[in-house]
Structure formats: structure tokens, C-alpha cells
Design a protein around this ligand. Sequence first.
Ligand code: ZN
Length: 226
Amino acid sequence: MVIPYVNIHTHKGKECTDNVRSILNQFPSEWMNKKPVGWFSVGIHPWYINSGDQASEELVNMEKAFSQKGCIAAGEAGLDKITRTDWELQKEIFIQQVKLSESYHKPMIIHCVKAYSELLGLRKELKAENVWIFHGFNSSLEMAGQIIGHGCMLSFGEQLLKEGSKAETVLQKTGVEHWFLETDDSDISIETVYSKAALITGKKEDEIKSLIQDNFNRVFQPDLPL
Ligand SMILES: [Zn+2]
């Protein structure tokens, strides 16, 4: 049997095929309008929080989505020190999402910009147990170690294609059991990301596919295993 590629985080509407299984990212109201087929994650991205009222409405939509079959993850959600969204509001809405994802047992896709210590601090404070996947990871090996030490995972995407990126170093030095691969909002294919990961780690692409498949089946509870 051919092992499918897993794309852990994408904003592009490609549905799952026999060869590629994707988790399509959805903002809650976007999900309400589209109701995509296949696997998806639903969450409130810090960039798109306009007010407490709007976010509260989105939290209600999010909970509706959580009871749907294809919804296998929460997110992307997180904290961003560069965006204009009010910091306290970001934190408040993130905490609500963590609580929701814990009660529905959904792993979370995490958006993090210059807020690693705050996020890991919140994870500890809230005693969150679901796996958090820090997506688009492109930080230091030390930070990767801290994230893993908190029971979280990493996901790498187009940064791997940039020669000499931090992502490249971390990928090379971190066991496959700790990471996933993704395309996020880029136009590159997931096949390209896998073949670059194979090149960097010196492993066969099929081995990476099989190890990531194991990660997937361990972390998520899809109705249909890969
Ligand atoms: Zn994204």
C-alpha cells in the first residue's frame, strides 16, 4: 500500500486524495459558510481578532465545528507579538481556545511569533494535555528542545527550502517522532517539502512518510486512520 503524504497545515483548499492527506485550516465563520469535506482544523488566528464580541461569536462557531466528523484539530491559534491585535485580548482568546480544545480532546496547531515563553508558560499554567504543534517552525535548536520538553511537536514548511535556515538545522538534529510537515499558505507542494526533508535528514522519503504516519496516528484520532 502506498503511504500518503500528510500535510498537517494548509490554507489552500485541496482536498485529501489517496496520495495526500491534508488538514485544511479554517477560521470558524469561514467553516460555517463552507463546511469543507475531509479533515480540517478550526481556530481563531490572532491576526483576525477584531474585538472581544466578535471573538466570542467565533468561539461559539468553533465549538459547533468541533462536533463535526472531519474536525480533527484546533487552530491555528496562538500569540503574535508583531500583529496589531491587542495583546491581552489575544491571550484571553487563546486561553478560551485551549480550554475548548482540551474539553474536546483536539490537538492544536499553534501560531507563534516571538511568544514562545508566553505560550509554554500558558501551557503549564492551564495544564493542557493535548499535543500542540508549533507550525512553520523556524527558530533555534534550543527552543525546539524546550517545546518538545513541554510535550509539544514542531511542523516545518517552506522555510526548509531556504538554504541555511534555522528550520533546516533543527530538522536535521531532531528525531522524526517530534515533527510534521506542511505547506501553510505557500504554493509549494507537500511532495516538495517531503523531498527536501529527506535530503536534509539523509533518510529515504518513504521512511519519513511512514514515521510521520505513525506520528499522525498517535496524535490525532481521525475516524479513519491513515
Ligand atoms: Zn497557517
